[in-house]
Ligand binder design. Structure first.
Ligand SMILES: *Cc1c(COP(=O)(O)O)cnc(C)c1O
Length: 340
């Protein structure tokens, strides 16, 4: 019997012994007073990697996006958002509740927005119109299959935002996956943004945490909003140490996750359940279209020790991550073939 394999998400990873050791050895202080040396190091490292002036350690990607929305808009503004974006679907309505903005949803093709459609959606503020203030992009795009928005598209969109006086916030929960998959540094993607957030708790393998990055003055405003939302934390150098460890050791290895996801996708060829071309994973996700209801298939997988998430009536998601090795990958493939 193979050990259980959890491929519901890349959030399920557990900190390694080496990461826990780094956490135990962290120097600590009170981060609300900005004197936790390990948090300060992590924030400096995040600013350096993204090429931004400053960064802020935040408990979650959701809170990062909430802070970004609050700091880029005033109530009643309009925000352009992919209809399939995490911020649209999975953040419990926070644009409406926390930022009191209108969301205008756009379509994307495999996660890639259409520059012309975005341009046409921008409304100037008038006596009648709310005024479009912010464009939010998601890279990699989770629901589109972990797809990458190409750098050129981001460059076009950023130019458009600058022309029309919009800010651009990147939900880069998995921007390190995009960077590794394309061999383009995160800082190049970050150049096409005013602010961005990335998650430590996804493929990078930390127990918790996100970094919100932007200009120094913007991050000072963001710190107040973090406090308001209850995200001011104290001796969190322990968690920041995990982040520093991950940025040092867990970035390049994302290529292994991508290779394993591609292997799973390729091995589905000829089966009744399919991985459509469009979802051939450039990163760490495999979306499978099932002939039977996805909940039945996921149950069959669970009975054989493989946990994954149905994401639609006939759609399943498998996410590779640092606790899934080549043996696990081979096992996943043989079980998928067995139950097909
Ligand atoms: C996970 C995720 C978030 C939110 O992160 P949490 O830390 O779970 O709040 C935001 N955006 C995307 C694309 C994500 O995958």
């Amino acid at each position: 019997m193979h050990k259980p394999i959890d491929v519901r998400s890349d959030t399920v990873t557990r900190p390694s012994i080496a990461m826990k050791t780094a956490m135990l050895e962290a120097e600590l202080g009170d981060d609300v007073y900005e004197d936790d040396p390990t948090v300060n190091l992590l924030q400096a490292r995040a600013a350096e990697l993204t090429g931004k002036e400053a960064a802020l350690f935040v408990p979650s990607g959701t809170m990062s996006n909430a802070i970004a929305l609050r700091c880029h808009t005033t109530p009643g503004n309009e925000v352009l958002l992919d209809g399939e974006a995490h911020s649209m679907l999975y953040e419990v309505g926070l644009p409406a509740v926390i930022a009191q903005v209108l969301t205008r949803q756009f379509h994307s093709d495999q996660g890639v927005p259409d520059v012309e459609e975005i341009e046409q959606a921008i409304h100037l503020e008038t006596l009648h119109n709310p005024g479009t203030r912010l464009l939010i992009l998601e890279n990699t795009h989770n629901r589109a299959g972990g797809t990458v928005i190409p750098l050129e598209v981001m460059q076009h969109l950023y130019k458009l935002c600058q022309t029309h006086g919009l800010s651009l916030h990147l939900d880069g929960a998995r921007i390190f996956n995009a960077a590794v998959a394309t061999n383009i540094p995160v800082s190049e993607y970050a150049k096409c943004t005013d602010t961005l957030t990335f998650c430590l708790s996804k493929g990078l393998g930390c127990p918790v945490g996100s970094l919100l990055c932007g200009s120094a003055s913007w991050i000072n405003r963001a710190r107040r909003v973090r406090k308001m939302l209850g995200g001011g934390m104290r001796q969190v150098g322990m968690l920041a140490a995990a982040g520093l460890y991950a940025l040092e050791h867990n970035v390049d290895r994302l290529a292994d996750d991508h290779r394993r996801a591609a292997h799973i996708a390729q091995s589905m060829e000829g089966l009744k359940s399919t991985v459509p071309d469009t979802f051939h994973p450039p990163t760490n996700m495999v979306y499978i279209n099932t002939t039977e209801p996805a909940s039945n298939v996921s149950q069959q997988l669970a009975q054989r020790g493989i946990l994954c998430n149905p994401t639609g009536s006939h759609r399943l998601r498998i996410v590779t991550h640092l606790d899934v090795d080549d043996t696990d990958t081979t096992h996943i493939i043989s079980v998928l073939r067995e139950i097909d």
